[in-house]
Design a protein around this ligand. Structure first.
Ligand SMILES: NC(=O)c1ccc[n+]([C@@H]2O[C@H](COP(=O)([O-])OP(=O)(O)OC[C@H]3O[C@@H](n4cnc5c(N)ncnc54)[C@H](OP(=O)(O)O)[C@@H]3O)[C@@H](O)[C@H]2O)c1
Length: 260
């Protein structure tokens, strides 16, 4: 669907990173935005600098079904919803605090359900709209130290793929986004503890937002950014063992330490 003047877009995780970059890209096109995150001050600051009018800061925790439902109701009609809010805690699973595991599940996965529960029925009733689910390359192949994070991202992917079929004939499109490594604050709380395979160069966040905008406008089923993420899917789908070999060569042994 065309994203331009009068298109009303609700974005979760909009206070920074991919969500904020998407907000800047869509506001520049004339869309009216409902911006959700927990940090109200950051949302207010973003609204103050975005071009255009009608943008709203809607502070809410996506893990809280009633809170995100109230935020969406407050915004009103939603033409496009972007379920983007997410958190990441890396480390070997046995060493992961179960509380972190619960938070990733509640925000990344249940938060996606809560966000779409609050917005999708209205789109179907009106006979048009678009759902964007920001998953991850980790949904296509989970890396060491990211077992729970990868599982939450794979849950988003499985759900959105089913939804894509469910919504046949409703006029509502679905795009699943598979970012690779993007320059945001997702890992700022544990930069020094990231596994060495995750310490490579990160792609530009505004380029990622531009790829998402283009993907929605072309009604793409998947957006892979950077494009090598699609290659990862293809190689891993063909043979996980082959993907191990390729990744070890590209990222070192920490990317696929187990050989049998
Ligand atoms: N960056 C990458 O390399 C990468 C790669 C693959 C996938 N992704 C996915 O991209 C999405 C965006 O991440 P990012 O990289 O832009 O990270 P980020 O810079 O840390 O931004 C995360 C956003 O999510 C919001 N958020 C976190 N918990 C929330 C909650 N409970 N309720 C509402 N909002 C919440 C944060 O705002 P508040 O803290 O104010 O709530 C923030 O706006 C995530 O789903 C992530 O998994 C990122």
């Amino acid at each position: 669907m065309r994203l331009g003047g009068g298109t009303r877009v609700l974005i979760t995780g909009a206070s920074r990173g991919i969500g904020a970059a998407l907000a800047r890209a869509l506001a520049a096109r004339g869309c009216e935005l409902g911006l959700v995150a927990r940090d109200k001050a950051a949302l207010d600051a973003l609204v103050a600098v975005l071009p255009g009018a009608g943008h709203r800061a809607l502070p809410a925790d996506v893990a809280d079904r009633e809170a995100i439902a109230a935020a969406a109701a407050d915004f009103g009609r939603v033409d496009v919803v972007v379920a983007n809010a997410g958190i990441a805690h890396y480390g070997p699973w046995l060493e992961l605090d179960p509380e972190r595991e619960r938070q990733m599940t509640d925000v990344n996965w249940t938060g996606t359900l809560n966000t779409l529960r609050a917005t999708l029925a209205g789109m179907v009733e009106r006979g048009g709209g678009h759902v964007v689910v920001v998953s991850s390359g980790a949904a296509l192949r989970t890396f060491p130290g990211a077992a729970v994070y990868g599982a939450t991202k794979a849950a988003q992917r499985g759900f959105a793929e089913g939804l894509w079929h469910d919504l046949d004939g409703t006029g509502v499109g679905v795009t699943i986004v598979y970012p690779g490594e993007i320059e945001t604050s997702l890992h700022d709380h544990q930069r020094e503890k990231l596994p060495s395979w995750r310490q490579g160069q990160e792609a530009d966040v505004d380029d990622c937002a531009a790829a998402i905008v283009a993907g929605v406008e072309k009604d793409r089923r998947g957006v892979y950014f950077p494009p090598q993420v699609r290659l990862l899917q293809a190689v891993h789908g063909l043979s996980p063992k082959l993907a191990d070999l390729v990744l070890r060569r590209l990222r070192g042994r920490s990317a696929a330490p187990r050989s049998r």
